[in-house]
Design a protein around this ligand. Sequence first.
Ligand code: SME
Length: 154
Amino acid sequence: MSKSGRFSRLKKKVEKITGKPGPDSRVLEEAARILHDEVEYYDWVGFYIADPDQDELVLGPFVGEETDHTNIDYGEGICGQSADTEETFIVQNVAEADNYLSCSPEVKSEIVVPVFRSGEFVGEIDIDSHELAPFGPEDESFLESLAEVLAPFF
Ligand code: SME
């Protein structure tokens, strides 16, 4: 199936779970599980929640290896840079990134997508891959559209 076919099916699947009642973190947890299990190059999928008072990102639900990076200052690493610029940040080869926080030596690339609610930055979708340069424009627009769907649950 084409990437766009797969992604529109996945978007529907995630939209479905957002209709369920329950605590917010359950929705994010399920969304992380779906993305992790269904896209073979999404090896770590998680959410960081913004704490604007501290200029800090706090790790929320995730699926993948445990990480030491439970709190990240704005500006620090790929996640912190995305928080600063409020823009999607793609690193196709983390070995070439100079401001990068490593979670696992297996990770080769990363995409971070900011999440906004009523125009305000509330957190991020963070995805690590064990593949080099797997992220294309389809991933970017898919994840940016999911950020809108998931924003109420941050
Ligand atoms: N690599 C990230 C840190 C978070 S982990 O990928 C889970 C970064 O450079 O900000």
